[in-house]
Design a binder for this molecule. Sequence first.
Ligand code: SAH
Length: 396
Amino acid sequence: MKIYLKKGREESLLRFHPWVFSGAIAQIVGNPAEGDIVQVFASDGSFLAIGHYQIGSIAVRVLSFDSESLSADFWERRLAEALSVRTACGIAREGVTNCYRLVYGEGDGLPGLIVDYYDGVCVMQAHSVGMFRAKKQICQALQKIYGPTLKAVYDKSSGTAPFKAGLDLVDGYLYRAEGFSDDEQEVLEGGHRFLVNWTEGQKTGFFLDQRENRALVEQFSAGRNVLNLFCYTGGFSIYALGAGAVHVDSVDSSAKAMSMVDKNVALNGFDASRHTSYCADAIAFLRDVPEGKYDLMIVDPPAFAKHRGALSNALRAYQRLNAAAISKVAPGGFVFTFSCSQVVDREAFALAVFSAAAQTGRRVRILDRLLQPADHPVNIYHPEGEYLKGLLLYVE
Ligand code: SAH
């Protein structure tokens, strides 16, 4: 099946941007179903790209700018390359870290695909029908690149693949090594132990994108009273406890997440008296926090804006939340504040935090600007891949 673009609309593909918008299409030859593989041509008939067809404003997500067949070899090459980038970055280290994001969509030349690796277990999420339909090939390629170290491949696309009739959207295992029957297992990150449950947990089970920011929190936590808001399974809390925080309070509205926090505290052998779990709304919790109780706060809320239309409300929400945190932190304290909303860019987030600081009237220094790590790479031709941003603030 072939797609011809309108004259002059080939520019972005020639610059390797991996999407074809429906408005750029002059003609569709054949009758592609959602998720079919289509070839894309310029108006003069020259080949541009091959990709997954989808219905909506993004009509094609490009898999290759070469005229090639999307055979087993293609998937193996792409996944092997993604793995070699992670290896080159030294993310997995024996006895320290055995989990990372293997595939981050467009950033790894595989638009619509996420694969997280948890010590031999790969959890995939398809964000497009094309990737969902390719899951068997993806699974086979994972078996090939990891060999006998692969314990399982779990497909968790039911919440992410665009729901269309004819797709069997039930999460489940695409592969399980003989004798492997668990739905959760322990992983190591930064030398700390974490239980990851990919069937019951949020997203693929663990937020791998905060690894480096957790390590930074670790550097600042010794001797401090720490508040971890929106803690999920307690990633930041465990690093803070490991670094010698006096006490850590962890807050999340999910009861399941909070029970995992308690398990993770125990798993790492920390004295339970140094940690308290609160299953609560973080914003209400913060309202009741006495001024000066905490000298280090982590504020890592879920995405407040999931689309452009929600942007101005989201910015106001970031401002309110950060003003509350900045006003409560002890003098000489630190606030690690984040946004994972893709539509809120770095500048907009910094401006929201600036307004928050101004509102409190306190003196605030920006000590560091934080981002997503190397296993969440941004395709330089697709800046939309950048989503996680944060600031490390020092509050006088
Ligand atoms: N910092 C975490 C990831 C946070 S994800 C980590 O390092 O793993 C965002 C979390 O916010 C989710 O766990 C979700 O359950 C929680 N959440 C969403 N709304 C909330 C609210 N109003 N109050 C408290 N927690 C909330």
